[in-house]
Design a protein around this ligand. Structure first.
Ligand code: SAH
Ligand code: SF4
Ligand code: F3S
Length: 467
């Protein structure tokens, strides 16, 4: 069955059906092996689970080894320039692999593939990349492979189309914790950010579809889910039904899933109802990632973040007082165009006031077509690096403080794997999302256990099971 390139809802549904028909009736790629490498955020990690599911639905099997494959896919990220550099570095290696194995198909997808100039660049400079598909074209991968005729095929829709429900098509990395998309895209257009361009406008999934997925995961024995969106608190704003993230959280909580998490929260849409729901239900974890980006109102305005330093701090305090044992982490960008020493000091001051339990920090990276990429940026890279180091030093004192604070306490930990640091131990996450290496039997994997924290280093925690 061949399908033409198409965009509307009914046709997209037909594409999904195409996958199901193949999945059930014909494993047309039986015996073929694929390898996939993923860059970027949780969205990409979860998209990879979808891509794996799609490929296996048509007969492919996964290989963990880069050599001897029929298909290699790079699921890429575009958030900062170094994300690009990593991909182009790896492509050089793939080009070499292809010389020894000419029938190898190389595929590139993800946010980078969705960038306009990249598709053109690949066409001109990287002819050995066989297929390119955008974030809106993932469902078309099996069809692209079936129709591949040896000529480079770039399939990147600029419009996002409707949300497709793939039910249980995902090949998930874990059978204990799972990602659940609640929305795609982002409408916030922070001036530095490429995501609204690579992921398209916000599209929320329907409540009933999310609840169905969560219930199925619970019945399959999953212990924890993370609701995923670039901006989860804007959930539902684009739906006809009148509901928001607090309603969704409450409904998800009522499914009885043992642990519920969510990322990422934007301070702009964080309502009192959300705080109330999070504090009311025990299975909603007291952990909030609340990116602030900067402590300077001037910079926040230039970033189009739509809140002030003071508003952020008020929200921060409200969350801290109303949600028991809550942990808050953040993201911060240094060296945004025009950031002065005084602006940077304001960021340091806000960090001192909030004492974040952890933070991801970045140097501003100009991204194609974003408003910030056109702003005047005359700060040297050296100075940006100095600021980053200064900020990291401050942040580390607070994350260490957090670790010391919980030294000697009993924490509820969901054990997810063997410890990477010590194969005789297991590892898992506290309710506050801190990783702990635990002296406990392997049979605890998949269970929530009480752990006494007996060692707190700067970046990790050790513990022992408590009966
Ligand atoms: N949707 C989330 C964040 C997605 S990107 C939110 O709004 O909070 C993750 C983080 O990458 C951002 O919070 C920001 O700190 C950082 N980031 C995004 N674009 C960037 C850029 N152009 N340069 C440097 N850091 C950036
Ligand atoms: Fe990017 Fe801002 Fe959207 Fe986050 S909220 S994805 S930083 S545009
Ligand atoms: Fe990167 Fe795209 Fe995520 S740009 S951070 S993979 S949404």
């Amino acid at each position: 069955m061949k399908l033409p390139n198409m965009l509307n809802a009914a046709q997209r549904k037909a594409k999904a059906n195409y996958i199901y028909e193949n999945r059930i009736n014909q494993k047309i790629f039986s015996g073929k092996k694929y390898y996939i490498r993923t860059y970027g955020c949780q969205m990409n990690v979860h998209d990879t689970e979808e891509i794996k599911g799609l490929l296996e639905s048509v007969g492919f099997t996964e290989s963990k080894n880069i050599n001897k494959n029929d298909l290699i896919i790079l699921n890429t990220c575009a958030i900062r320039e170094n994300a690009h550099n990593k991909v182009f570095g790896f492509l050089g290696h793939l080009k070499h692999l292809k010389k020894n194995n000419p029938s190898l198909i190389i595929g590139l997808c993800g946010c980078m593939a969705q960038e306009e100039s990249i598709a053109k660049y690949i066409k001109e400079k990287h002819p050995y990349i066989d297929i390119v598909f955008g974030t809106h074209n993932i469902s078309e991968l099996p069809k692209m492979l079936e129709e591949y005729d040896g000529k480079q095929n770039i399939n990147v829709d600029s419009k996002e189309g409707d949300v497709i429900e793939f039910d249980n098509l995902y090949k998930r990395d874990s059978n204990i914790t799972a990602w659940v998309n609640i929305m795609y895209g982002c409408d916030k257009f922070c001036t530095y950010c490429i995501v609204p361009y690579t992921r398209g406008k916000q599209r929320s999934r329907k409540l009933k579809d999310i609840l169905k997925e969560v219930t199925e995961l619970k019945n399959a024995g999953y212990k924890e889910i993370t609701l995923l969106g670039q901006n989860v608190n804007a959930y539902g704003k684009d739906l006809e039904e009148k509901l928001g993230f607090s309603n969704l959280l409450e409904e998800v909580s009522k499914t009885g899933m043992e642990r519920i998490r969510f990322v990422t929260s934007h301070p702009w849409d964080f309502t009192d109802e959300m705080i109330e729901v999070i504090s009311k239900y025990e299975n909603i974890m007291p952990y909030i990632h609340l990116p602030v980006q900067s402590g300077s109102n001037r910079i926040l305005k230039l970033m189009n973040r739509k809140y002030t330093n003071e508003e952020y701090f008020t929200l921060f305090n409200k969350i801290k007082t109303k949600i028991k044992n809550v942990s808050i982490t953040t993201d911060i960008i240094v060296g945004f165009p025009g950031e002065t020493e005084a602006d940077f000091e304001k960021t340091l001051n806000l960090v001192k006031k909030c004492e974040f339990d952890g933070a991801f920090t970045f140097i501003f990276s100009a991204r194609e077509n974003t408003p910030a990429s056109k702003m005047k940026d005359n700060l040297s890279l050296e100075e940006k690096n100095n600021r980053l180091q200064k900020l990291n030093k401050l942040i580390n004192t607070y994350s260490k403080e957090y670790n010391l604070k919980i030294l000697g306490t009993i924490q509820k930990v969901l054990v997810t794997s063997i410890s990477e640091k010590d194969n005789n131990k297991v590892a898992g996450y506290t309710e506050n999302m801190k990783l702990v290496n635990i002296d406990a039997p392997i049979t605890t994997i998949g269970k929530i256990i009480n752990v006494e924290i007996n060692d707190a280093k700067s970046f990790s925690l050790d513990g022992v099971i408590k009966k």
